[in-house]
Design a protein around this ligand. Structure first.
Ligand SMILES: *[C@@H]1O[C@H](CO)[C@@H](O)[C@H](O)[C@H]1NC(C)=O
Ligand SMILES: *[C@@H]1O[C@H](CO)[C@@H](O)[C@H](O)[C@H]1NC(C)=O
Ligand SMILES: *[C@@H]1O[C@H](CO)[C@@H](O)[C@H](O)[C@H]1NC(C)=O
Ligand SMILES: *[C@@H]1O[C@H](CO)[C@@H](O)[C@H](O)[C@H]1NC(C)=O
Ligand SMILES: *[C@@H]1O[C@H](CO)[C@@H](O)[C@H](O)[C@H]1NC(C)=O
Ligand SMILES: *[C@@H]1O[C@H](CO)[C@@H](O)[C@H](O)[C@H]1NC(C)=O
Length: 230
């Protein structure tokens, strides 16, 4: 990659990381004023946050630090931190490779600054899965902006329905291209995280899904969340 490309991507990333809207960051490649759809969706889903306490199966208990918290029940809640308060470490899902079984819930815990959890296919990274499979329900959390002063941690609880591999990306700015991707239940030698990430780096655009789908938004006390990477 050439230096000017790195600088450009870094600048774009910075705009995104700082939560600047497309209107405020005209240099943000690919962002159009027409990006109103995701915005509306974000607003709608954020309204739902006050309802809190997502509990899709009724088996949830708050997760305390250190990874998957399983009670004695066989269904687990598997926590994944989205982003980080440290700018240089912000474009990550932690962990970015998990396995989960049907009935488990992956709980995305949003850190700074403004990310999504969106499902793509392996073949078309940084694009909603509906692009390659019109029948797929797909997953999209909407944009979840988090500022430094939040007193709770916003969550997106995503039930695992089947044993199929899932490929997840952040649809913000160029985050997907910059490596903010993860996989669930991938054991294929070729269609794995490294290959997905490499393909994402070459994607020409990063597109959010149109509709909120595939999980429940909520929030949990900071003390129950996994500390984000810093
Ligand atoms: C979060 O990002 C979306 C998409 O870029 C943007 O529309 C929205 O305004 C951002 N929210 C905040 C609070 O910055
Ligand atoms: C953060 O990233 C910038 C730009 O890539 C780099 O110059 C700086 O050294 C990094 N800081 C840390 C603490 O890694
Ligand atoms: C938290 O930070 C945001 C953005 O930086 C600001 O708009 C908001 O007023 C702050 N809220 C509190 C309670 O300080
Ligand atoms: C999920 O993927 C892992 C490999 O990463 C595999 O061991 C496990 O059996 C899979 N689970 C299900 C329910 O398919
Ligand atoms: C990986 O997935 C592809 C496409 O489904 C399949 O053709 C291939 O056999 C798989 N490879 C392994 C090692 O499972
Ligand atoms: C899992 O099932 C739920 C409930 O039917 C659905 O809302 C969600 O979209 C499904 N998730 C995926 C990835 O298909």
């Amino acid at each position: 990659m050439h230096f000017h490309q790195i600088s450009f991507l870094a600048a774009v990333a910075l705009c995104s990381l700082l939560g600047l809207s497309s209107a405020e960051s005209p240099g943000a490649g690919g962002d159009k004023p027409g990006g109103d759809k995701p915005k509306a969706s974000a607003t709608k889903t954020l309204t739902g946050l006050s309802v809190a306490s997502a509990s899709p199966t009724g088996t949830n208990s708050p997760i305390t630090g250190g990874g998957a918290a399983s009670g004695s029940a066989s269904n687990k809640i598997i926590a994944v931190v989205v982003g980080s308060p440290t700018l240089n470490k912000s474009l990550v899902f932690t962990p970015n490779e998990i396995s989960a079984k049907p009935g488990d819930i992956v709980q995305f815990q949003f850190s700074q600054i403004n990310h999504t959890v969106t499902q793509s296919s392996f073949a078309e990274p940084c694009m909603p899965i509906q692009q390659s499979d019109a029948t797929a329900a797909g997953v999209h959390s909407g944009f979840v902006p988090v500022s430094a002063n939040e007193t709770t941690v916003q969550t997106f609880d995503m039930p695992i329905n089947d044993t199929k591999p899932m490929f997840i990306y952040c649809a913000q700015g160029p985050h997907c291209q910059l490596g903010m991707v993860m996989t669930i239940n991938v054991s294929n030698q070729t269609e794995n995280l490294a290959a997905y990430k490499a393909a994402a780096a070459k994607a020409t655009k990063n597109v959010p899904a149109n509709n909120f789908q595939g999980g429940v938004l909520g929030n949990i006390p900071k003390a129950d969340a996994i500390p984000p990477p810093v």
